[in-house]
Design a protein around this ligand. Structure first.
Ligand code: ADP
Length: 502
C-alpha cells in the first residue's frame, strides 16, 4: 500500500490554508497535512522530520518564506518546498530559487490550483534526481570494480575523469599524477580521431610505462564523443602484458620448432635404424644355428631309424618341423626388413613376364601343381622394382592357392586394369582372385600387419609375414594394396602401381 503524502502547510491565514488544503486534497488521494502557524510548531516539525514536502506562504507574522525555506533545505536538501505569496517581488523569487526553492506561485484566486501541481512536479523531480544519483553511485561503483581502465580527456589531452583501475594501471594516485606522467599523447589521439569517419574510434596496442618505470603492454581504445557540445576523448585501457608475453613465447617457440622437429626426427630415424639393424643381425645370426639343429635332427632321424621307438621318432620329427617353421619365419623377417632397408630403383616392368616367372616358380612346387592359374594376357607395364614386384605377386599367388577348403582344386585368375587419374597420372591395378575360403570383412585390414594369421599352423601352415611383405613392398614402390572378400566366396586381392605412359 502506498504511504500517504505528508506535507507541512505553513500559512497564518486560515482561509488561505483551507483553500490550499482543498486543492491538495483534490490532487492527492492519500494526504496527511500538518498546518503550521508559529515558529515553535515549525521547529518541532523540522526536528521530527516526518514530512515529504512543504508549502509555505512568503509573508508570515513570525518569519518569511525565505527563512522557512532555508531551515528546511538546511536539514533536508532534497525536500521539495513550494512558496506562494501575494507580496513577493521578482528579486525575492530569484533569491528563493537560489536557495533551492522548487516553485513559486502568486497568491491569486485562480492560482491555488497550481499549488498541488507544483508539489507533484517537485516530488517527481526529486524522485528523478534521487534515481539519477543512485545510478551514478552504481555506475561509479562498477567503474571502480572493473579491471579495465576507463578515462575521459579533453581536446587538449588533459584527463577529466578516470576510474580506479586506470590509476592503478599507471601506478598513480590522481588524475594530476597521470597527466604529469605523460603516459600517452592524448592530444595526438584527439587529432587522429578527428580525421576518422564515424564511429570515430581507434584501437591500438601500446607499450606504456608505470610511474615506477615498469613497462607494460596495453590495448588502448579511444573514441571521440561530444558531451554537451564539447568534444572529449573517451578511452579504455586494458593490460595485455600476459597475452603479449605469450605471443612472444609462441613466436620464439615457432622459430625453434622446425629445428627441434628436425633434430627429433633425425634421432628417431637413427633409433629406428639401430633397431632394424639389430633385428636384422639377430635374424641373420639365428639362421646358421637353426640350420645346424635341423641338420643334426635329420642325421639322427636317418642314422637311428632302425633303433628309434615310435615316440622318439615323432619327437624328432616335431623338432625338424618346428625348426623348419622357424627357418621360414626368419627368412620372411629378413625379406621384410630388407624391404625397408634396401634402396630401390623404379623402372618400367612388364607384368606379363613377372607373372610368367611367378607361375613357373609355383609350378616347381609339387604341392601347388594341381592348382589352376589363369592369367588374362596381355598385362600392361608398370613402374616398379622387378625383384620386389616378383616377391609381391608370388606371395599373393601362394596364398591364393593355399587358402582353399579341403578337397577343392585351387583356381586363380589374374588380370589387370588400367586407370587413368586426373592428376597423378595413370595407374595399373593387378587383381589376383581365388576360389578360396574368403576373409571376414572385419579382419581384412589386419591381415596386412606382420604375424596376423586367421588360422592355426596345422590347418594352413605359414608365418603371417607374407602379406606384410606385400604391403611394404607395394608402398615402397609408390602403390597401394587392398582386398575384397567374403567368407566362403573367395578373395580378390589387388595391388595398384604407377603405370607407364606409352
Ligand atoms: P601366412 O600366409 O604366412 O599365414 P600372410 O601374411 O600371407 O601369412 O597372410 C595372413 C593371413 O591372411 C593368413 O594367415 C590368412 O588367414 C589370411 N589370408 C591371406 N591370403 C588369403 C587368401 N587368399 N584367402 C583367405 N585368407 C587369406
Amino acid at each position: 500500500m502506498t504511504p500517504p503524502l505528508r506535507m507541512l502547510l505553513i500559512d497564518d491565514n486560515r482561509s488561505d490554508r483551507a483553500l490550499v488544503l482543498r486543492e491538495l486534497q483534490r490532487e492527492f488521494d492519500l494526504l496527511e497535512v500538518k498546518e503550521i502557524t508559529s515558529s515553535g510548531e515549525l521547529n518541532r516539525a523540522i526536528a521530527a522530520g516526518s514530512f515529504d514536502a512543504v508549502v509555505t506562504d512568503f509573508q508570515l507574522r513570525w518569519a518569511t518564506g525565505l527563512d522557512v525555506l532555508e531551515m528546511v533545505k538546511q536539514r533536508y536538501p532534497g525536500c521539495p518546498v513550494v512558496m506562494f505569496t501575494n507580496t513577493g517581488t521578482e528579486e525575492v523569487a530569484v533569491e528563493a530559487m537560489k536557495l533551492g526553492l522548487d516553485d513559486y506561485i502568486l497568491k491569486e484566486p485562480n492560482r491555488y490550483i497550481r499549488v498541488p501541481i507544483a508539489v507533484r512536479n517537485a516530488l517527481e523531480r526529486r524522485e528523478t534526481q534521487q534515481r539519477a544519483a543512485l545510478l551514478e553511485i552504481r555506475l561509479q561503483g562498477l567503474l571502480n570494480q572493473v579491471k579495465i581502465g576507463i578515462f575521459r580527456s579533453n581536446a587538449e589531452g588533459a584527463l577529466i575523469e578516470a576510474n580506479r583501475a586506470f590509476l592503478e594501471l599507471l601506478g598513480v594516485q590522481s588524475l594530476a599524477d597521470a597527466d604529469a606522467l605523460n603516459w600517452f599523447d592524448l592530444r595526438d589521439s584527439y587529432k587522429q580521431l578527428m580525421r576518422l569517419p564515424p564511429p570515430q574510434q581507434q584501437e591500438q596496442e601500446v607499450s606504456l610505462q608505470k610511474r615506477n618505470g615498469n613497462p607494460f603492454w596495453a590495448l588502448l581504445t579511444t573514441t571521440l564523443n561530444t558531451v554537451e557540445e564539447v568534444s572529449v576523448v573517451d578511452g579504455l585501457l586494458e593490460d595485455i602484458s600476459d597475452r603479449k608475453q605469450a605471443e612472444v613465447n609462441l613466436q620464439q617457440l615457432n622459430a625453434t620448432l622446425e629445428t627441434r622437429v628436425q633434430a627429433r626426427t633425425a634421432e628417431l630415424q637413427a633409433a629406428n635404424r639401430d633397431l632394424e639393424e639389430f633385428a636384422y643381425s639377430i635374424s641373420h645370426d639365428l639362421g646358421a644355428p637353426l640350420r645346424a639343429i635341423q641338420g643334426y635332427a635329420q642325421i639322427l632321424l636317418e642314422d637311428l631309424s632302425e633303433t628309434l621307438d615310435a615316440n622318439s621318432a615323432a619327437t624328432l620329427q616335431r623338432i625338424v618341423a618346428n625348426v623348419q617353421h622357424l627357418n621360414a619365419l626368419i627368412t620372411d623377417l629378413l625379406t621384410y626388413s630388407r624391404l625397408k632397408r634396401t634402396e630401390i630403383h623404379l623402372k618400367p616392368v612388364d607384368l606379363s613376364s613377372v607373372l610368367a616367372d611367378v607361375v613357373a616358380q609355383l609350378g616347381s612346387d609339387p604341392q601347388q601343381q594341381q592348382a589352376q592359374v589363369h592369367v588374362d594376357e596381355p598385362l600392361p607395364t608398370v613402374r616398379a622394382n622387378r625383384l620386389m614386384l616378383t616377391q609381391v605377386v608370388l606371395n599373393l599367388l601362394v596364398n591364393a592357392v593355399k587358402f582353399v577348403a579341403e578337397g577343392v582344386q585351387p583356381q586363380v585368375r589374374v588380370w589387370a586394369e588400367e586407370r587413368v587419374g586426373a592428376e597423378e597420372g595413370s595407374t595399373v591395378r593387378l587383381y589376383v582372385e581365388d576360389n578360396g575360403i574368403g576373409i571376414a570383412s572385419d579382419r581384412q585390414q589386419q591381415i596386412f600387419s606382420p604375424f596376423t594369421r586367421l588360422h592355426g599352423e596345422a590347418e594352413y601352415p605359414g608365418t603371417g609375414v607374407g602379406l606384410a611383405i606385400v604391403r611394404k613392398g607395394v608402398e615402397r614402390m609408390g602403390g597401394q594394396v587392398g582386398v575384397e572378400s567374403q567368407p566362403g566366396q573367395g578373395s580378390r586381392f589387388w595391388v595398384e602401381l604407377p603405370g607407364v605412359r606409352p
